[in-house]
Every structure is written in structure tokens, then in C-alpha cells.
Design a protein around this ligand. Sequence first.
Ligand code: SF4
Ligand code: SF4
Length: 379
Amino acid sequence: MLYRPFGTTGEEISSLGFGCMRLPEKETDGQWSIDEEKAIPMLQKAYENGVNYFDTAPFYCHANSEITVGKALHNVRDKVMISTKCPMGDEIKEPGDYRRWLEKSLKKLDTDYIDFYHFWGINKGVFDEKIVGMDLLHEAQKAKEEGLIRHISFSFHDKPEVIRHIIDTAEQKGVPMETMLCQYNLLDRSNEEMITYAASKGLGTVAMGPVGGGRLSAPTDLYKRLTGKAPIATYELAFKFVLGHPHLCCALSGMGTMEMVEQNSKIGSDSTPITEEEWKQLGESAERLKKFSDLYCTGCAYCQPCPANINIPHLFNMFTYHNVYGLTDHARGEYQRYVKDGGKTVKDCKDCGLCEKKCPQHLKIRQELKRVEAVLQKL
Ligand code: SF4
Ligand code: SF4
């Protein structure tokens, strides 16, 4: 396994991180539980292969992930880093809720401390209203002083420039963020520059979804289309690209099988990763391919928030997976999951036109949403 300095935290992090949101589960009488006979050996195998960063969260795997992670890593607790998260929705109504969620996680993980405790999935509104407004930064600082958490982190879903706002504001408040977890992959590079910015401010950086949620495992001709070279497996390309970012410390993969653990560990141990030049070329080729498509959405998210809560960039991105990159299975899976999780679609559109006023690509978003969704529904 290859290791990289994790920002200025003083830690060395494995280039592959274990995302513990897709551990194998089973259903008995309508109750979901983790299949620990499969999951625990997977987590332990990853550790044996050199993975030292395990990322979980209170709601992963029907709220059971933290418990299994705690059991699997109990005997090697001081040799691994555990990351988990504080939910930032209705769960946080007053500052004391931060501590309550932290204590719940400590209990479920059966540990005395959490290495990286994240403000979970935050956007600008949540950061300003809750983290600054309720002074949760100092709640986090207190927990750190008491040794309950070792580092203060955030994970993120918003426009890329909001990352700068979060990092700078936290620093001004005297409680600097130490690591960041954000979306980044070959097909969604919107956070690329901000990863470099975060690193310049000393933060450790982790990318989630480097292999498109673990679903891009079938070999395709994507690499060939992008580089003109012989095809390689898409998951390999996806990893190589993410780890090619000179300021990215760790690629997180949501692994659901032992086979994935073995495959990904090999790539994380590959001492011949792509060069910075190849990384740039791959990124540019992916972008060029996208530009020639009939729907060029950069994923900038200026069209958000939509009053009807339609996640326009996400829907357009799914379409691009299918239309541009030929990753139809992935597009289908993403769309089905989006709808199943209650994601809003074009039928919820209020026809206000706000999104189109803000789109720098001047896309006819309402019209495109209809077209895109008609395709996605048929896949
Ligand atoms: S026009 Fe529809 S999609 Fe666009 S912002 Fe308004 S409600 Fe959202
Ligand atoms: S639809 Fe336009 S504003 Fe929205 S993410 Fe795409 S390019 Fe940006």
C-alpha cells in the first residue's frame, strides 16, 4: 500500500480508504442487518493489505455500519484511523446535539476517540446557520481538547467555491478545518481546484466516489476512448485518475465484496501511478469528450438551489455517464437510486425559470430535464 502525508495532521494515510457504506447486508423479517460473516473479514483484509483509513457514518447500512466497523477493528484500533460524521440536518437543533451525536458514534464504534469527526455533507447554508451560527466549531474544539476526537473535518456538497468559504471562515474563527472529504472523479472534476486550495491551507484531502460509487467495475472502452490506448478496467482508470491529483491524499471506495477489497488494494499499492502529465491529459480528454456532447453541463451548481429541490447537475451528470461515456449501467443505477431516495424530478418543476437565469452555459434547463429524464427512465 502507498501512503501519503495527510495534510498537516501529522498522519500518513493509505492512498486507498475503505468507505463503509456498502458493507454486505441481509434482511430478516423486514429487518436489515450487516452480514458480519462477510463484512468483518473484508474490513480486516483491507487492514492486512495496508488500508489504514476507514470512513463510516451514523446512517450507513441502515445505521449498522459504525457497529460493524468498531467490531472489525477493535484489536487494531491504535493502528487505524476511523472517520465518522455528525449529521447536520434536523438532528442538530441546538449546540448540545453535536455532543449527543458524537457520544452515540463513540458508543456504536466501541471506542474512546474518533480520529476524524466530520461535519457531514454540509453546504453554505448549514455552515453559516449551524456551524458558525450555533458555534459548533467550538463544540468540536472542546471535544478535541477532551480527546474525544483527534481532528476536525467536514464533508461537502455544494458549489466548489463554498469550500474556500468554509476553510477561510473556520480559520478566522480560530478552529481550522483539518481534513476535507469531497466528491471528485474523472467524470466530475468540479472540486479539482478546491482540493488544491484545501491542500495549500494544510488540509488533508479525501475523495469520495472515485469509482462512481463502486459501480463502474465492468471493463469498458472508456480508457481507449479517452487516450487512444488499449482498454483497461474502468475502476482502475478511475482510481489512477483520482490518485493522480497531486494534492489528493486518499481515494475512498465503498467496497461491498472481498473481490473489490483485493482489486482496489492492488491499485492502492501500485507504485507506478499515472504521471501528473497523464493526469492532466486524462482530465482534459474527459472534458473534451463531454464538450462535444449535446448537453454540456459543467456541474458548477449555479442553478442550485432549485425551489422544487431538483438536483439538476446530478441528473445531467447521470445523463452524461450514459450519453458521453457509455456507462449506461452506472447511469441507470444512479437514477434509480436517486428516485428511490425521494429525489425530485422534472414533474416537480415549478416552471419558475430561476435555474436558466443562473446557468453560465445558457442551457435550456427545463427542456433538457424533460429530454434527459425521458432517456434515463428508459435505460
Ligand atoms: S424552473 Fe424548475 S428546475 Fe428550474 S429552478 Fe424553477 S423549479 Fe427548479
Ligand atoms: S445546469 Fe448550468 S448552472 Fe446547473 S450545473 Fe449545469 S452548467 Fe452549472
